[in-house]
Design a binder for this molecule. Structure first.
Ligand code: UN1
Length: 513
């Protein structure tokens, strides 16, 4: 705890020291059972957070619905100015927040900083966007009429986020929702509640300094039951949920039952196709970072390498050798590449995947295993593993949130590799490594990758915030972050204005009185 400046970071983020409970943020009515946050880094208790009861939730929603009445009236560029200040605060606290992300979640400090950078970037994006919430104008078919569309704020947006990106995914949603004039109610993962408190504290400072309602940013805490308060709540027109496909199906059905909108960001089963024209050095960097970065716990993590038979052995040797260089250990120590998994359940899922792939006839070429001994007391550190497998294995078809990489061989044309890549239930991220223009363009064409993200000569993870982020099929179909993802946070209204003294009907209908 003393090492790596965690205490200082917690202080900077307004979180009280261990066992003293956490600061409550601004609007935090939570009074339920206590949630304890243990670090997967060293197994220590970091802090405690009260969960949100149904009664607490009602108070949150009162504050949120009240705040919406005023926030929506503020011109959007002025809301952008608030988001700009929030981005500046994040710049000030980047190291502290990056450290907390690393300590509470287990990703490397570099990746923790990268995550905060994504928050800063989306704030900048949202500031610009605050002057560009454009609708179209149309030519009316009737004389003396004008037609246009405008985007109005939607209302209270519910955000359910996962442990693996404990702060950035909230920010992608929040920064856009705020400039769009919405209120956000956030339920962070119960595995990373302190990251939630830290972000809420930073946001609160900004709202307070601008004499704005504290209810613009709301935080609720707890497990799926607390999430259910929101998914069933007709006062929440949009639920943005990130997590497993299992969770997403429940959220989607609950929200659809009341005809609400949901934005879903669910599982991936991301592959890199390596063709005979691939640059092997680039392939190794992309594949290894994709497979072991965040200990394989990104929704964009590389799970499958689909390699042409002619270079299969070469790629296998190069990737295997690269795995030998990996240093596993405390993620706050910058010499390590791979930190722990989030908790013991995740370790079990990882072990289960390795057992299953062997049962199905796979061949382990880089041994896995749980690390024990000094520095690994939390029991969450595992060795990134590689198995040679077949595309149709059940375990290969399944997303395991751990550093297990499957090598699959293809023969013949790139079409065969694309078939294998597409032949899974998930559709988030995909990549091809090739210097062959025909193969690259084929991969990006309508007959190519069926994923929401398709990259050429880049790995599957590490998308920039400027593009729309999300995927097809069991990934849920949602798009958040850049491009025009903002539109889902607003309601569109079509307006037709008649400035004549006649009332002609559309479609030429005659109706004389
Ligand atoms: C996630 O894993 O939920 O593309 C998000 C990436 C990151 C975001 C991942 N920018 O890997």
């Amino acid at each position: 705890f003393e090492n790596f400046g965690i205490k200082e970071a917690l202080k900077q983020l307004g979180i009280k020291a261990i066992n003293e409970g956490t600061s409550t943020g601004l609007i935090n009515f939570s009074s339920g059972d206590i949630l304890e946050s243990y670090s997967p880094v060293d197994g220590q208790l970091i802090g405690k957070v009260a969960t949100t009861t149904k009664e607490d939730y009602e108070k949150v929603m009162d504050a949120a619905t009240k705040a919406f009445k005023t926030w929506r009236l503020m011109p959007s560029p002025q809301r952008g100015e608030i988001v700009r200040q929030f981005g500046d605060k994040l710049r000030e606290k980047k190291e502290a927040l990056g450290k907390l992300v690393s300590y509470e979640m287990g990703k490397s400090y570099q990746e923790g900083l990268g995550e905060v950078q994504e928050m800063i970037d989306i704030c900048d994006f949202a500031v610009g966007l605050s002057r560009q919430l454009h609708g179209l104008t149309m030519h009316s078919e009737r004389p003396g009429h004008r037609m246009y569309e405008q985007y109005h704020p939607l209302g209270v947006v519910g955000i359910i986020s996962a442990f693996n990106f404990p702060v950035a995914v909230w920010a992608w949603n929040t920064a856009l929702a705020w400039v769009c004039g919405d209120i956000t109610v956030w339920k962070p993962s119960e595995k990373t509640p302190l990251c939630g408190i830290a972000c809420q504290n930073i946001a609160s400072e900004v709202f307070k300094a601008n004499n704005l309602s504290e209810g613009i940013s709301c935080l609720i805490n707890g497990d799926y039951k607390v999430g259910e308060f929101m998914t069933k709540d007709t006062r929440i027109p949009l639920i943005s949920a990130t997590g497993s496909t299992r969770m997403g199906k429940i959220v989607a059905q609950t929200v659809a039952a009341r005809l609400g909108k949901s934005l879903l960001e669910l599982g991936g089963n991301n592959a890199i196709i390596v063709t005979p024209d691939a640059d092997i050095k680039m392939t190794v960097i992309g594949a290894v970072f994709g497979a072991v970065g965040t200990a394989g716990q990104r929704c964009t993590s590389t799970r499958r390498l689909i390699i042409h038979e002619s270079i299969y052995d070469q790629v296998k040797t190069a990737v295997t050798n690269a795995y030998k260089q990996l240093r596993i250990g405390n993620p706050l120590d910058e010499k390590n590449h791979v930190g722990p998994l989030i908790d013991n359940d995740a370790v079990k899922m990882y072990q289960n995947a390795l057992t299953k792939v062997i049962e199905e006839g796979g061949n382990i070429i880089v041994e896995g295993g749980v690390l024990i001994g000094e520095g690994f007391e939390s029991g969450c550190y595992v060795k990134p593993a590689i198995a040679e497998a077949k595309p149709e294995f059940k375990i290969v078809q399944h997303e395991t949130f751990a550093p297990v990489l499957y090598l699959l061989k293809y023969t013949g044309d790139v079409e065969n590799a694309i078939d294998t890549q597409n032949n899974v239930a998930q559709g988030l991220s995909s990549a091809i490594m090739t210097n062959n223009l025909r193969e690259a363009e084929h991969f990006l064409s309508v007959a190519g990758s069926d994923c929401g993200i398709a990259n050429v000569n880049i790995g599957t993870s590490g998308a920039e915030i400027g593009g729309a982020f999300g995927g097809e099929k069991e990934t849920g179909g949602g798009r958040e972050s850049g491009s025009d993802a903002w539109k889902v946070y607003m309601r569109r209204q079509t307006n037709t204005i008649n400035y004549t003294a006649e009332l002609p009907l559309a479609q030429g209908i005659k109706f004389d009185l």
